[in-house]
Design a protein around this ligand. Structure first.
Ligand SMILES: Nc1ncnc2c1ncn2[C@@H]1O[C@H](COP(=O)(O)OP(=O)(O)OP(=O)(O)O)[C@@H](O)[C@H]1O
Length: 269
């Protein structure tokens, strides 16, 4: 018999897990790094692609309720996120892997994930089993009792994914989770994302177009704080042609939509 997940038991009074209308978010004091974003995301794996500085991290931080909107509307799991607020109930149902995250180096992997579960207010009696399951899902069961400082960079990243999923989040936000992973680990993480995307709304920021092809149900192309494209990986591939730069149909689709031909001189970034 299949165990019923917490996500299935939670009341769903919303049509889509994430809804943004005209959303504006500042990075620092002045700069509007997200500027007028309309977005509606439900269950699935949504790949967030875009050039350096496009505003992907700022958007993910707003979705994680770390940054508050400067304008427009943001609704997460049916709850409106406005000015300052605690959003504790909401945060219990969100998982977030920042691009860089802190941890006590002397903690073991298990202690780190348990501590994060406690911060997310997972009921105490559930923490050991939830931690074990999360650690197994990222392939760190055999390193669970090693200290964080003894892990490789890719393993630390996987421990970061474990803490993000330990509370069975309905919204899972992963900022560049595949950075530092070797090819085999990357394949496994993509499989895990697909599994998670059957039950949760997963937003993954990445620079690897192959991640999107392999794991995502749709692609969000972000540039200068705005959404340039939303569609399936196939639709992105169809946007490109032989005249566009790139080593694969998806890269050519990306170039077609984002690369300014005037700047495409050899050696230019
Ligand atoms: N604390 C800050 N103060 C001022 N500007 C900032 C701050 N953080 C980010 N920015 C600016 O906001 C814009 C968006 O940055 P953001 O980190 O969201 O982009 P990104 O798409 O995640 O980039 P990358 O792919 O390089 O990680 C950039 O122009 C960046 O320089």
């Amino acid at each position: 018999m299949r165990a019923v997940t917490r996500a299935e038991l939670a009341p769903t009074t919303y049509a889509q897990e994430i809804r943004a209308t005209g959303l504006q978010v500042r990075a620092g004091r002045k700069r509007l790094a997200v500027d007028g974003l309309d977005l509606s995301l439900g269950t699935g794996v949504h790949g967030l692609l875009g050039p350096n500085g496009a505003g992907k991290t700022t958007l993910i931080r707003a979705l994680a309720t770390v940054l508050r909107p400067a304008g427009g509307e943001l609704e997460l799991l049916g709850e409106t996120v406005r000015g300052p607020g605690e959003y504790r109930a909401l945060r219990r149902r969100i998982g977030y892997l920042p691009q860089e995250f802190g941890y006590y180096k002397r903690f073991t992997v298990r202690e780190f994930v348990e501590y994060m579960a406690w911060l997310k207010e997972v009921p105490a009696a559930e923490i050991p089993a939830a931690t074990q399951r999360a650690v197994e899902r990222v392939g760190l069961a055999d390193r669970a009792d090693d200290r964080m400082k003894a892990l490789s960079g890719g393993m630390v990243r996987r421990a970061g994914v474990a803490q993000a999923i330990v509370n069975d989040p309905a919204v899972l936000l992963l900022d560049e989770p595949t950075v530092g992973l070797d090819p085999a680990q990357r394949l496994r993480l993509r499989e895990l994302l697909q599994e998670l995307g059957t039950e949760a709304c997963v937003v993954v920021s990445t620079h690897l177009v192959e991640d999107v092809a392999a794991a995502c149900t749709d692609v969000l192309l972000f540039a200068e704080g705005r959404l340039v494209f939303q569609g399936t990986p196939d639709a992105l591939a169809e946007a490109g042609g032989p005249e566009h730069e790139g080593d694969s149909p998806l890269e050519r689709g990306y170039s077609a939509l984002l690369v300014d031909p005037a700047r495409r001189t050899r050696g230019a970034w």
